[in-house]
Design a protein around this ligand. Structure first.
Ligand code: OFO
Length: 172
């Protein structure tokens, strides 16, 4: 496998691993602050990021490269408000999108069209994740600091997680 592409893919492995840890920290914070829907959403999101990491690692190894298991780094643990949690989520996803776009650039520069094709899955995934994070953040901005509004937001998020879990199980 092309060395530059391999390094960039392993760098992405590290970012997906950190995303998983970061969303786990958000889940734990939400759970400790009575926001069970948000906690479930973040636990699920954390699992998805781990899946993104594993998918990359398998691809690297299948293509003759060496997937590197990254060190676990401590994510931020304190979030002042639920709004702050979702602001950080969107901010983080935008950083991941930049990194994926950089990966696409490297594949094209190195004429690695197979990896380019593989990375397209991440391009679409980022589109969806960014859109979802923006929608949730917009809702929270509308709600402002209203406790009743936050209660309903959190309850709706719990329903959303249950419905999407059911859909995934039915299509599996
Ligand atoms: Fe949410 O980022 Fe993975 O790809």
């Amino acid at each position: 496998m092309n060395t530059r592409v391999e390094i960039a893919l392993n760098d992405q492995v590290e970012k997906e691993s950190f995303s998983s840890q970061f969303y786990l920290a958000m889940a734990s914070w939400a759970e400790n602050n009575g926001l069970n829907g948000t906690a479930q959403f973040m636990y699920k999101h954390s699992d998805e990021e781990r899946f993104h990491m594993l998918k990359l690692m398998k691809f690297i190894n299948e293509r003759g490269g060496k997937a590197v298991v990254p060190a676990v780094s401590q994510p931020p643990m304190e979030f002042n408000t639920i709004l702050n949690v979702f602001e950080q989520l969107l901010h983080h996803e935008l950083m991941v999108t930049d990194s994926i776009n950089n990966l696409v650039d490297i594949c094209l520069q190195e004429k690695d069209y197979t990896t380019h094709n593989f990375v397209q899955w991440y391009v679409s995934e980022q589109l969806e994740e960014e859109a979802l994070a923006r929608t949730l953040l917009d809702k929270l901005k509308l709600i402002g600091g209203d406790a009743g509004g936050i209660y309903i937001f959190d309850r709706d998020l719990e329903k959303f997680v249950t419905t999407t879990n059911k859909d995934t199980q039915e299509t599996a």
